[in-house]
Design a protein around this ligand. Structure first.
Ligand SMILES: *[C@@H]1O[C@H](CO)[C@@H](O)[C@H](O)[C@H]1NC(C)=O
Ligand SMILES: *[C@@H]1O[C@H](CO)[C@@H](O)[C@H](O)[C@H]1NC(C)=O
Ligand SMILES: *[C@@H]1O[C@H](CO)[C@@H](O)[C@H](O)[C@H]1NC(C)=O
Length: 461
């Protein structure tokens, strides 16, 4: 029932039918879509040997049910994922997915040594990273703190200053690292959440990073090796009363601010919004890249998302993709279409032409992070994070996989693809581009109807 947006009512009946079947049937047979590349019920690692695994379980360095994938980036068809150290017992925070004996497991990246808790040269807590497809450089953000969403009363440990590391994947070598001063990323509050990279004169230069607990946009200048930040409560704090994320009848109250980040292909605008809220904002990079700029006077709200969302991804052809958590769906904003329909330019365009491109109540519960590979696919991680945070996650396998990595051919690449100027949008007249992703102006009406219906039905639970 993925992307069945043409017929919302049929979709609802299908969901009901599937739900009935799965009461008696083999539940693990759900999520068999061939576009799902990896599935995990629990996370296991590429241990040096069984003894190392057993002793890590015995001394609680590895508490299986505290491990969940959140961040995800793809390079050269390798999938890199983060396991946030929200809770105790996460042996490795940055990893590459490998398949062994038919099972997807995590191989610490770049090594086990780099995952050591308490060693400030090593990685403490990585939520996200960005990979530059042109160079193979991975930009890794490390919050430096652990256990800050512990569910068992474990105190937060503010172990190390936050830092950013640029790591060359192709040559397996660290290129640079920078420790954020306390004024920029406060050691007791920071949560470096998402990162986008800006090119200037054909080289990667600025990193824009969301700090979801200090409510800041942190900026790192790789060329000058300096950093600064902006605080703008109106756009970076949680929206009052809008932090209840209701998914299939279960509500997760979230009180976090600026979260998902995206950068336009022309490198002119940073898009962001709070996870506890609906608003989408943007600020020109000409302002945000420089310390002391008039940030407040340059921010513009471009519109409201249909539901709350964490990640975002901007494509080379000016589509902005983001999840709608309450709908188990992914939408995209067709920016060029809106410029045409509103007869306006990029400076003034508002977010209206929204299309729900993918939806699945079983296999897209909490779409977390989206990104493009240069092969024209949209990749995204799904992690039932609502259930993980509410401690209602089923780790037995009886409810199917908890983490899924999807790869959906979409005929577009990401904002960092510098290989050639964008072409016309790859979508054909019949609204299909071969990926069963739907797009046409009439569809906006449809999306709106779908939204109304889904709001209506979500109230019935
Ligand atoms: C297992 O791996 C650990 C960590 O690399 C190592 O110290 C230990 O000697 C290994 N044990 C065996 C039995 O190979
Ligand atoms: C960048 O600044 C950091 C301070 O955090 C310093 O340790 C590092 O050596 C600097 N890198 C370069 C290339 O100057
Ligand atoms: C959740 O909803 C309640 C009732 O409307 C509201 O008081 C509360 O602020 C909301 N929580 C969040 C995190 O937004």
């Amino acid at each position: 029932m993925v992307k069945d947006v043409h017929c919302p009512l049929l979709f609802v009946f299908l969901v009901a039918a599937v739900a009935l079947v799965t009461v008696h049937g083999q539940i693990q047979s759900i999520c068999t879509d061939s576009r799902i590349m990896h599935k995990f019920v629990t996370l296991d690692y590429d241990w040096p040997n069984d003894t190392a695994k057993d002793s890590s379980i015995a001394n609680e360095e590895y508490i299986v049910n505290n491990n969940i994938i959140s961040g995800m980036k793809v390079y050269d068809d390798n999938v890199y994922v983060t396991v946030p150290r929200w809770r105790r017992g996460v042996p490795s925070t940055l990893n590459k997915v490998i398949v062994r004996n038919g099972e997807s497991i995590l191989q610490p990246f770049p090594s086990w040594e780099v995952q050591k808790i308490g060693d400030c040269r090593a990685l403490q807590y990585v939520q996200s990273m960005e990979i530059d497809p042109n160079t193979g450089w991975m930009w890794i953000i490390d919050t430096g703190r652990i256990n800050f969403f512990a569910a068992d009363g474990t105190p937060t440990q503010n172990l190390c200053p936050a830092k950013i590391i640029v790591y060359d994947i192709k040559n397996s070598v660290e290129l640079t690292r920078y420790e954020f001063p306390n004024e920029v990323a406060e050691r007791e509050t920071t949560f470096l959440n998402d990162i986008v990279i800006q090119y200037v004169n054909d080289e990667s230069r600025y990193a824009y990073i969301s700090d979801a607990l200090a409510f800041r946009m942190v900026v790192y200048d790789r060329v000058l090796n300096t950093s600064h930040y902006f605080s703008h409560p109106a756009s970076m704090e949680p929206e009052p009363g809008n932090g209840n994320i209701t998914i299939l009848g279960e509500t997760l109250p979230v009180s976090a601010g600026i979260n998902g980040m995206a950068l336009s292909w022309d490198m002119k605008y940073v898009y962001y919004g709070p996870v506890s809220g609906y608003s989408l904002y943007r600020v020109p990079t000409s302002v945000a890249s420089q310390p002391g700029g008039n940030f407040a006077g340059s921010v513009r709200k471009v519109g409201n998302k249909p539901s709350q969302a964490a990640g975002m991804a901007y494509s080379k052809n000016d589509f902005l993709y983001f999840p709608a958590l309450g709908e188990n769906a992914i939408y995209r904003w067709d920016i060029k279409l809106d410029m045409t329909l509103q007869n306006t330019d990029i400076a003034n365009v508002e977010m209206k032409a929204l299309t729900r491109v993918l939806q699945d109540d079983q296999c897209m519960v909490f779409v977390d992070i989206l990104n493009f590979n240069n092969d024209g696919s949209l990749w995204f991680s799904v992690n039932k994070l609502n259930k993980f945070l509410l401690t209602s996650m089923d780790f037995t396998g009886n409810s199917g996989a908890n983490v899924l990595i999807w790869k959906v051919p979409i005929g577009d690449t990401g904002y960092l693809d510098r290989t050639a100027a964008p072409t016309e949008p790859p979508v054909t007249d019949d609204g299909s581009n071969g990926a069963d992703i739907t797009s046409s102006p009439g569809f906006i009406v449809y999306s709106f109807l779908t939204l109304v219906l889904s709001v209506f039905f979500s109230r019935q639970f």
